[in-house]
Design a protein around this ligand. Structure first.
Ligand code: COA
Length: 329
């Protein structure tokens, strides 16, 4: 059995937080944010949870495929902003809201690489013959873990969700070609929410609420991101004897326009190949890649059999890349 990428869906909450809005909250400017990140605005959830957004993205993905909801036998939700700390998992809440109460469902935590990790889990379960139709979701309400007095992080992140359906096929031409994944925990401190877990310096999550917000050493993260993303993509292309020019859509994690540009230039990708959504959504962590795939799907740029190259990097540190033909059914 092979694993095929069948369907995509995404959801963004309606409220927009523009760069100008942020200038009223922290010492920053539209010019600085645009020049350093390419971001113009991001969407912020008001009363929707991560699972609410995940359900809306999943419902869209289900509508766009002949695979019936009742055929879904695994749900994997990638998120760093789950509905609840520790338990229950956001995936089980999504399963319940979708009306799939008995399905195997769990969350994974791989920060901005979460969608690629979830894709690799779906592929492995399907190729092993254990599951047939896997719903993978990247959903984030990052605004809940962002400190809106920290200008180094609050300008970057937004909320949203994306979902995809990965199914078993015996047609090799439809198959996800390859997925690379990696991590390096020695860089854990570059991007973290230091409080609230068992490694926290405080006994109670209430002891120092500031510590539950995300902290980031942006400049160091930036340099490692460019290096790792570039080498990872070069490796997966070489291993599969595919030239960059054969890729229809290069869909990198949408963290920063400068990172995407640097990686795209090294790989000699054309402007038409590189998918860019960072200006309108900011960095939505695990949701960013499926939201970007949904964007090209909805604008009719993504056609059946076209090869997508996914590439992500995030807290952990984690990274991953994937060669994925779009095989709708
Ligand atoms: N507005 C205005 N000035 C700001 C600012 C803001 N929002 N944030 C930081 N600055 C200032 C800094 O204080 C610093 O001032 P100084 O020179 O007086 O000390 C200056 O801008 C440069 O800061 P630096 O952090 O070196 O900027 P940068 O060019 O590295 O850009 C990021 C900052 C965060 C945009 C960039 O490092 C980045 O995108 N990093 C990767 C983040 C990422 O991808 N994270 C997720 C991984 S998935």
């Amino acid at each position: 059995m092979y694993a095929a990428f069948r369907s995509i869906g995404a959801y963004v909450p309606p409220k927009v937080l523009s760069n100008n809005d942020l200038t009223k909250m922290v010492d920053t400017s539209d010019e600085w944010i645009t020049k350093r990140t390419g971001i113009k605005e991001r969407h912020i959830a008001e009363d929707e949870t991560t699972s609410d957004m995940g359900v809306k993205a999943a419902t869209k993905a289900l509508k766009r495929t002949a695979i019936d909801k009742s055929e879904i036998d695994l749900i994997v939700c990638a998120t760093i902003s789950p509905d609840y700390f520790c338990m229950p998992s956001t995936a089980t809440i999504i399963a319940d809201k979708l009306g799939l109460p008995n399905v195997m469902a769990f969350d994974i935590s791989a920060a901005c690489t979460g969608f690629i990790y979830a894709l690799s889990i779906a592929k492995a379960y399907i190729e092993a013959g254990i599951k047939k139709n896997v719903l993978i979701i990247g959903a984030e309400r990052l605004s809940k873990i962002i400190d809106y007095s920290d200008r180094a992080t609050c300008i970057l992140f937004g909320d949203g969700a994306g979902a995809a359906i990965i199914s078993a096929t015996d047609n090799k031409k439809e198959a996800i070609l390859d997925i690379h994944t990696g991590s390096d925990g020695s860089y854990a401190e570059l991007l973290m929410t230091p409080n609230g877990g068992s490694g926290s310096a405080h006994d109670s999550i209430r002891a120092e609420s500031a510590g539950v917000f995300m902290q980031m050493r942006g400049n160091e993260t930036f340099k490692i991101a460019v290096k790792t993303l570039t080498s990872d993509v070069k490796d997966i292309l070489a291993k599969n004897s595919i030239k960059a020019s054969e890729i229809s859509h290069f869909i990198p994690h949408q963290a920063n326009y400068r990172i995407i540009k640097a990686v795209g230039d090294v790989l000699e990708m054309t402007e038409e190949q590189v998918v860019l959504t960072v200006a309108k959504y900011g960095n939505t962590s695990s949701a960013s890649i499926p939201m970007a795939i949904n964007d090209i799907y909805e604008s009719k740029k993504l056609q059946p059999n076209e090869m997508m190259l996914l590439d992500a990097f995030g807290g952990g540190l984690t990274w991953g890349s994937a060669l994925v033909p779009f095989s709708p059914k």
